[in-house]
Design a protein around this ligand. Structure first.
Ligand SMILES: Cc1cc2nc3c(=O)[nH]c(=O)nc-3n(C[C@H](O)[C@H](O)[C@H](O)COP(=O)(O)OP(=O)(O)OC[C@H]3O[C@@H](n4cnc5c(N)ncnc54)[C@H](O)[C@@H]3O)c2cc1C
Length: 365
């Protein structure tokens, strides 16, 4: 069975849903596919996002997907001294703590409202190609194998992305540019003057080597309490648990805390990939390593790049031209908005960890 669309977006995370929404709103016949049976679930995220992303991507604020509004970030240094940053200046992850499953569903609903078809339990398993140009995607929908022809396939398939690689785009990362994470949802936390009003970050090699511990409040006694450590600093995955449990034991607010869930996952802390478009394909969000290399925040950047890509795809649909040249406004557009801070933060991350005398530099592209 073969279907035909202008645009097929693989992955209904924030980047994929925004791409699908803006492509469909601009008139492209758009399909959004998601391998999981439920969009947004299970949640593998600290769920923090800065408010400005909502305005930038025209996402209408809805209390249904907001767990907690915070005043800012509280950053605690290795010697225990703390400083606070107003949420307007506190980076990609601070402002709202989301109900991420509801948020992702809301973004997919917006895409559907704009005219996109949305299929869940549908996995991309390969690409259709003609003479090096991507012409569609092979999918497994429930138990059925299908070919979907498309002017453009969008790889919005997240950290573990394969779709870009199938098209020959280099997405592999170095160990030092991957952070292993472990996060507990804890409840029965004792409030204090700062909790639950701040997203908290705890730094230091004793706490989390080349990473940090976070406490993102979900309500007055519940929080996402997680740790990220660079993979090249971990001897075993159990180290993550050891560091996090040790930190929790020392925090008096956590004395009677109880577990609601536990998740693990990888986060890229690499610079963005060198090319995000080829003939008939574009890569967006975590799949393109658009996540902030210092904080690991990627929801907002994925939304912003998705908006840019969707608008470009709508223009492509008018002419039927999805060549690498026609997709350049996306390549140039997202780089103009996001690339400089991503490289700057990657270099800052490397410099903070570097034992070499000369700081790392950005290669010429
Ligand atoms: C523990 C942890 C905590 C984090 N905390 C924060 C935070 O507080 N704030 C923040 O901004 N960021 C955070 N992040 C990062 C954030 O989750 C990502 O940057 C964000 O989800 C990226 O969005 P995306 O749309 O690019 O990818 P994703 O949200 O990963 O979406 C990709 C989608 O593609 C689907 N998919 C994959 N392969 C296929 C396939 N073959 N076929 C069909 N569908 C497929 C997946 O099921 C998934 O739904 C955290 C990450 C982790 C692991």
């Amino acid at each position: 069975m073969t279907e035909r669309y202008d645009v097929v977006v693989v992955g209904a995370g924030p980047a994929g849903s925004l791409t699908a929404r803006y492509a469909a709103a601009g008139g492209a016949r758009t399909l959004l596919i998601e391998k999981r049976q439920e969009i947004g679930s299970p949640v593998r995220c600290g769920e923090g996002i800065a408010r400005h992303f909502l305005d930038e991507c025209a996402i209408a604020f809805d209390k249904k997907w907001v767990a907690q509004e915070v005043s800012g970030a509280k950053v605690v240094s290795p010697n225990g001294s703390a400083f606070k940053i107003d949420e307007r200046y506190a980076g990609n992850e601070v402002g709202l703590v989301l109900e991420r499953d509801a948020f992702d569903k809301a973004l997919a609903k917006d895409a559907a409202k704009a005219g996109a078809d949305v299929w869940v339990k549908t996995s991309a398993v390969g690409l259709l190609k003609d003479d090096g140009t991507v012409t569609g995607v092979r999918v497994k929908r429930l138990e059925e194998d299908m070919n979907i022809e498309a002017g453009c396939v969008v790889a919005a398939d997240g950290f573990e992305s394969q779709v870009g690689r199938w098209a020959g785009i280099k997405t592999l990362m170095k160990m030092a540019d991957i952070t292993g994470t472990l996060q507990y949802r804890l409840t029965n936390i004792e409030p204090d003057p700062d909790f639950p009003h701040y997203c908290e970050f705890y730094l230091g090699n004793q706490v989390a080597p080349a990473g940090y511990v976070w406490v993102f409040p979900k309500d007055e006694c519940t929080a996402n309490v997680g740790i990220g450590v660079s993979l090249d600093r971990l001897k075993s995955k159990m180290d993550l648990k050891m560091y996090l449990d040790r930190w929790i034991e020392k925090d008096p607010r956590m004395k009677h805390a109880q577990f609601l869930d536990m998740v693990t996952g990888g986060v890229s802390t690499s610079p963005p990939i060198a090319e995000t478009v080829r003939n008939g394909i574009a890569v967006v969000g975590d799949a393109a390593r658009m996540i902030d290399p210092i904080t690991g925040g990627g929801i907002g950047n994925g939304c912003r790049a998705g908006r840019i890509l969707g608008e470009v795809l709508a223009t492509c649909a008018e002419t039927g031209d999805y060549s690498k040249e026609a997709l350049q406004p996306y390549e140039k557009g997202w780089r103009a908005e996001l690339e400089e801070p991503l490289w700057r933060n990657w270099m800052a991350k490397k410099t903070r960890r570097s034992t070499r005398s000369s700081p790392p530099s950005r290669p010429r592209t």
